[in-house]
Design a protein around this ligand. Structure first.
Ligand code: HEM
Length: 359
């Protein structure tokens, strides 16, 4: 044999893992059967968080480069899709934990103060590495979130906050997207023409509709004009920057344009992996929100209006965090600027040849 034999038990460190369930209720001589489930579910979560961080760190390493080799993109994409698969699976662990009733929980809950998921360092790392900034967060007990961590963890968290997150690195990568402008081609000029023509067509249809009263026509046309106006954010950088300052967008103007080009022309072979990356980031954000929502409902179900063991307002804090703690919201809002495929301007041959790998 080329390598010394390995035993299943040792290889997986099972002595340590399987000996790491210490029930507080047993320590106090008041055995609570469901405390074992409570511990195992939390530990399993933390193991999956470890795997998610392992994948995110590898993806960040790829994206934090000034130039990314195409050969790395497929791998980075597959890793993000793995994160999505893990997230989908761990949401379902809430079903298992909810087989514990609130009364069963009360048998040992008082023994856990002030421990709380709020102190999960790995969870905070996931949020921060994805791109949740300090200023995006709700304040908690009038202190920044990292104050609940140990000193060593706080130091590491500060370093992580200082580094480019996945949001920052993806933004830089998007800003480098080629194809937006060529010798005789400006994607946005032709897109603007198509958008204007589309709305003008809709306005004509309303105007020529004999079944609409003059008043209805006026209302419909005003609605279409308002919708057309919303495209200002796309075509007018100054208008966009105003909205960005007010927090309506986080991505830069250039990155937003690139993300839209990738979505619209995703059928082009060269844009397929970038499209999958954007989809994976959308999925990650959406599933984080879904997890937050399910977790908030579980807290409501277990605690009602009681405060959390970590001292927050409980369900209220968690529900507010669900609404606020989002990272890739711009990718969701992009659909505002979609137009039907049939109206999207064709790409010049020189551009589509490059996108389609024609030689
Ligand atoms: C009986 C089940 C659970 C209840 C009642 C519950 C309740 C709460 C409450 C009330 C908070 C807000 C902080 C506080 O005041 O303590 C919180 C935070 C948190 N919990 Fe849970 N939790 C439960 C299970 C879990 C599980 C299984 C996980 C998995 C790791 C988890 C992870 C977290 C995280 C990460 C936070 C911080 C959320 C944030 O600040 O956005 N919780 N939990």
């Amino acid at each position: 044999m080329k390598y010394p034999p390995v035993h299943y038990h040792d290889y997986l460190g099972l002595d340590k893992i399987l000996a790491a369930q210490h029930l507080k209720s047993d320590e106090y001589g008041k055995h609570a059967h469901d405390e074992m489930l409570f511990i195992v579910v939390h530990q399993t979560y933390e193991l999956w968080f470890k795997q998610i961080l392992f994948e995110l760190n590898a993806v960040l390493k790829t994206f934090q480069q000034d130039q990314i080799a195409e050969t790395e993109m497929g791998r980075a994409c597959a890793r993000l899709e793995r994160v999505v698969a893990i997230q989908k699976m761990i949401i379902n662990q809430i079903d298992v934990l909810e087989t514990m009733t609130p009364l069963d929980f009360l048998d040992f809950r008082d023994m856990l103060y002030p421990a709380s998921g709020f102190q999960s360092f790995q969870w905070r790392l996931i949020e921060t590495k994805l791109g949740l900034r300090l200023g995006d967060r709700l304040s908690y007990n009038q202190a920044p979130f990292y104050k609940s961590l140990s000193e060593d963890q706080q130091k590491l968290m500060m370093e992580t906050l200082d580094q480019d997150s996945l949001f920052d690195s993806v933004q830089k990568w998007l800003e480098r997207t080629p194809f937006l402008q060529g010798e005789n081609f400006n994607f946005w000029d032709s897109y603007k023409e198509a958008v204007t023509a589309m709305f003008q067509g809709d306005i004509n249809t309303v105007q020529n509709n004999p079944r609409l009263s003059d008043e209805d026509k006026k209302k419909n046309i005003e609605g279409l004009q308002t919708a057309l106006k919303s495209f200002d954010a796309l075509f007018d950088e100054k208008a966009f920057e105003e909205l960005r300052k007010n927090g309506q967008f986080r991505l830069s103007y250039k990155a937003l344009h690139a993300a839209l080009l990738i979505q619209i022309h995703r059928d082009q072979p060269i844009l397929q992996t970038p499209f999958r990356i954007i989809q994976a980031l959308l999925d990650i954000d959406e599933i984080m929100t879904t997890w937050r929502y399910r977790h908030a409902l579980m807290a409501m179900r277990m605690l009602g209006q009681k405060i959390g063991t970590g001292g927050s307002s409980g369900h209220k804090y968690l529900a507010e965090a669900t609404a606020k703690h989002k990272i890739f919201g711009d990718f969701f809002n992009l659909t505002t600027f979609f137009i039907p495929r049939s109206q999207v301007p064709a790409l010049p041959k020189s551009v589509s040849a490059k996108m389609g790998f024609h030689y």
